[in-house]
Design a protein around this ligand. Structure first.
Ligand code: SF4
Length: 414
């Protein structure tokens, strides 16, 4: 039985108990939220079960993987390890170049967190062009990746021919910017066919059901610049994904809804997240970014950290990290590290908005007050980086002899 099926029958599984213990909440609450589709549990071959959703800490995903023009399998494995070392709760392998099965296997065995894939990427890389790909190729790849042990798969089933027609008519600056969405749309147009994931939806659910793999409903219609506001195609996808999530849950498949990703004006993020959560019946919301500005090129991890902090604070449950390489290149190892840390910061800020301030901040502040550098590095999100910057022994060169803390200790005694 899957986690949802167990939860609906009133059982608290070992996985639910693990999540409850880790998150310091009641196991009954985890069970009831899973039964309603508000929490999913991703399982992996090596790690504790990971809960995502209502009442839980915000989780962070980091994307890695080769492209068709940048293929270095060892570097991708290294990126996956670095991402996990810097706080990634999950890793997505988006490889499209080289021996994709072997790369996925290597990454899978090198990390201890759940692995997600977007099966149409491999189909497009190996079976293209799109008019030569048939629906069975798409299904075969989903089946193969599930059998390899991935914890979650993404499909872009939330749009139809009608959505594509409304996208063509929409006055967007950036059109469609989702890679998986564009592959799915290109397949539909090349084969004059309805969305294949929609047509074979029940069959896909049966595949996921067998191994309790989490379904992630992709966000194909997201906006690609802050001037592209919420429009008909976006709204249509939100409603379709909500309907598909209900169907999946009814069949016993745990489901995450992707939405709100891309580029969204800062003042809209809070409202949009609330709206998504309401329409989807409070199902776990996965958000890529969002970027609240388009001009931070080279620093998109910083801009996205701001957007993701607001999104998480408004209720997004799961964030997809953005790196400094966004829109520019396949990220290198250092950029993956920076993206992971930026999003750990966003998740932490979001959680402080959702659940109140954490003792972690208080602990660090106390260490800072005591000029306890070792203590600060211990409580910092990236203590190694902090230690590296603070290279002056017991002092801080910012104010030197005129340290405000020391002066007040001297004059105020506190
Ligand atoms: S020297 Fe300035 S920056 Fe450094 S700890 Fe003292 S007050 Fe803070």
């Amino acid at each position: 039985m899957t986690q949802i099926e167990e939860a609906k029958s009133g059982e608290i599984t070992r996985e639910m108990a693990d999540v409850a213990l880790h998150e310091n909440i009641a196991a009954e609450m985890v069970r009831d939220c899973i039964a309603r589709g508000e929490i999913v549990i991703m399982k992996s071959h090596k790690c504790k079960s990971l809960g995502i959703g209502k009442g839980l800490l915000t989780k962070v995903n980091v994307n890695i993987g080769t492209s068709s023009v940048a293929i270095n399998p060892d570097a991708e494995v290294r990126k996956a390890i670095i991402a996990v070392e810097h706080g990634a709760d999950t890793v997505s392998d988006l490889s499209m170049g080289g021996d994709i099965d072997e790369i996925r296997r290597s990454i899978f065995h090198s990390i201890s967190v759940p692995l997600t894939t977007v099966p149409i990427y491999q189909t497009a890389a190996e079976n293209g062009p799109f008019n030569e790909i048939d629906q069975d190729d798409l299904i075969r790849n989903i089946k193969k990746q599930v059998q390899q042990g991935v914890s979650s798969v993404v499909i872009h089933a939330g749009f139809t021919w009608d959505t594509l027609i409304s996208l063509k008519k929409a006055s967007r600056t950036m059109g469609m910017v989702s890679k998986g969405g564009s592959f799915t749309a290109a397949w539909m147009i090349a084969n004059k066919n309805e969305n294949p994931f929609l047509e074979r939806y029940d069959e896909i659910l049966e595949i996921l059901l067998k191994r309790d793999v989490v379904l992630s409903l992709g966000n194909a219609m997201r906006s690609g610049c802050v001037h592209d506001v919420s429009d008909k195609p976006q709204l249509s996808e939100i409603y379709k994904n909500a309907e598909l999530a209900r169907r999946a849950n009814d069949m016993g498949v745990q489901t995450i809804v992707e939405g709100m990703g891309g580029h969204v004006s800062a003042k809209e993020i809070f409202t949009y997240v609330k709206y998504h959560k309401k329409v989807s019946g409070n199902r776990p919301l996965f958000v890529s970014g969002p970027l609240p500005t388009d001009i931070a090129v080279g620093y998109d991890h910083m801009a996205a950290c701001v957007g993701a902090s607001i999104a998480s604070g408004a209720g997004a449950d799961y964030l997809c990290a953005i790196t400094p390489s966004e829109h520019l290149a396949l990220p290198d190892i250092e950029h993956v590290r920076e993206g992971a840390i930026a999003f750990r910061i966003a998740a932490h800020i979001g959680d402080s908005m959702k659940y109140g301030l954490s003792d972690l901040d208080l602990n660090l502040a106390r260490m800072r007050r005591q000029h306890n550098w070792g203590g600060q590095f211990k409580f910092a999100l990236d203590g190694g980086k902090a230690r590296q910057i603070h290279s002056t022994g017991d002092t801080c060169t910012m104010c030197g002899d005129f340290c405000a803390l020391k002066i007040m200790e001297q004059y105020l005694g506190s």
